[in-house]
Ligand binder design. Sequence first.
Ligand code: CTP
Ligand code: ZN
Length: 161
Amino acid sequence: MKDKDCFKQDRKHLVISKIRSGTVIDHIPPGMALLVLKILGISPGSKEAVSMAMNVPSSKMGKKDIVKVEGKFISDEELNRISLIAPEATINLVEDFEITRKFAVELPEVVEKIISCPNQNCISNSKEPINSRFKIFVVGKKVTAKCDYCGKKITNLEEYI
Ligand code: CTP
Ligand code: ZN
């Protein structure tokens, strides 16, 4: 079977089923799948059928997470936000069981709402109805986000999503 770096299907292993139609997010760093769901706004109460695997063996990454969202084509803009915590993630859009588009996520230049500023005095943390806004850039190999309001820089983005 083609899913070689997922689970082998034999008496002892399960596969995560292929999806008929929707979005597969593959090559997520191990342990980050729940944050990927959060970035995509999938939470208790969401109606989508979601399957995922965490810490499964991967030939490319050693271990990885995978998220599959059945019946939903997520926009490129939303998917690219995943790169904040999963820069190597690959997106597979599936229609009638076939992959119709495969692409790598790209870092957005600006993200609104999903990162909270660690500076408690920042206007984005005040009672004003102001969405957080961060500029994204890469320093060395590290993804860095800089608050558009107070200038605070963060590199450990997973802690503020
Ligand atoms: N997939 C799925 N449902 C489908 C088709 C594919 O859930 N109908 C999933 C596969 O399980 C896999 C991902 O989409 O997790 C990519 O599938 P494929 O390109 O066939 O696998 P690889 O060749 O291993 O992908 P890559 O080259 O991106 O590692
Ligand atoms: Zn700020």
